[in-house]
Design a protein around this ligand. Structure first.
Ligand SMILES: [Zn+2]
Length: 294
């Protein structure tokens, strides 16, 4: 069979004839921020290419969603990711066997240092007895199952909002905690000190993936925003959403409290993006892509 060569997005691809007419322009890929730090949320936008592109990041396929100019994906840089290069690739499955990627690139993850926080808590809150350890393990499994059952389409739209009105942001994402002299897992959320009873608001549109009462998290809500993105709200006094219920951005889902392992009333707000523990502040400052007209 006679073979013809096409130029797609700068890549030379040998295609068997007859080949479809290629009318698309070259693929453009924008990655922001281009040099992320641990905890960052990266927005990868693909435009100008054929409609059936795929993309992978660090060798794993990305969940793409449509935008006004193509498709995009959110990538979480976990707080424990080491500095270095992470490669990405945009491919077109229909021609992949003939030549592979339409575009490739890499980001450089910069180092980020998190401060250490020594904390003194009652001994029973740090050195857990056997029944409490078993309870914590069961809760961890339940959360894992809820995270694994997330929506396969994007539920969020537009910017993410601060989940509490007023209050005093105390932050603390990534703090290396030392409890009663023992190094423990880092603080993966962002805290707002606020009086008990202050309304807690959904950071964006989603669905209640979990409503529970846990040893560490206290009364808590996990919202599923689709495509592997979840926001978590801990230590609530009251919950005002039912498991499985759809919520709109800014809807009251509960109230600030001091349930679980805490030293005072506050909202602990955390974000998981396909398993990566990301900085809630990074999600709050995300400039979302222009939506595709429906
Ligand atoms: Zn916290």
């Amino acid at each position: 069979m006679r073979r013809r060569t096409f130029l797609i997005g700068g890549a030379l691809l040998g295609l068997a004839t007859p080949a479809p007419a290629v009318t698309e322009g070259p693929v453009r890929v924008a990655v922001a921020p281009p040099s992320p730090q641990p905890g960052d949320v990266v927005l990868l936008q693909i435009s100008g290419g054929p409609p059936d592109v795929r993309a992978d990041w660090d060798g794993r396929p990305l969940a793409l969603f449509p935008t006004a100019h193509g498709v995009a994906a959110l990538i979480g840089i976990d707080l424990d990711v080491r500095p270095g290069h992470i490669g990405w690739r945009v491919t077109r499955p229909s021609v992949a066997k003939n030549g592979g990627a339409l575009a490739t690139g890499a980001v450089t993850v910069r180092a980020r240092t998190f401060p250490t926080q020594p904390l003194t808590l009652p001994k029973g809150m740090v050195d857990l007895d056997a029944p409490t350890l078993a309870r914590v393990e069961t809760e961890r499994e339940e959360l894992k199952a809820a995270l694994a059952a997330g929506a396969a389409e994007r539920l969020w739209r537009g910017p993410f909002r601060i989940p509490v009105d007023g209050g005093q942001p105390t932050g603390g994402f990534g703090l290396r905690r030392v409890l009663n002299g023992q190094p423990r897992s880092p603080h993966t959320g962002y805290d707002w000190a606020a009086p008990a009873g202050t309304p807690v608001l959904a950071a964006n549109t989603g669905r209640a993936a979990l409503v529970a009462e846990y040893f560490f998290a206290g009364r808590n809500v996990v919202l599923d925003h689709g495509l592997g993105l979840f926001t978590l709200y801990f230590h609530l006094t009251e919950v005002r959403v039912a498991p499985g219920e759809s919520v709109s951005a800014g809807q009251v889902i509960g109230t600030v409290g001091a349930t679980g392992r805490v030293t005072g009333p506050h909202l602990h707000f955390a974000v998981l993006l396909n398993g990566a523990r990301v900085d809630p502040e990074a999600l709050l400052r995300l400039a979302p892509p222009e939506e595709s007209p429906l």
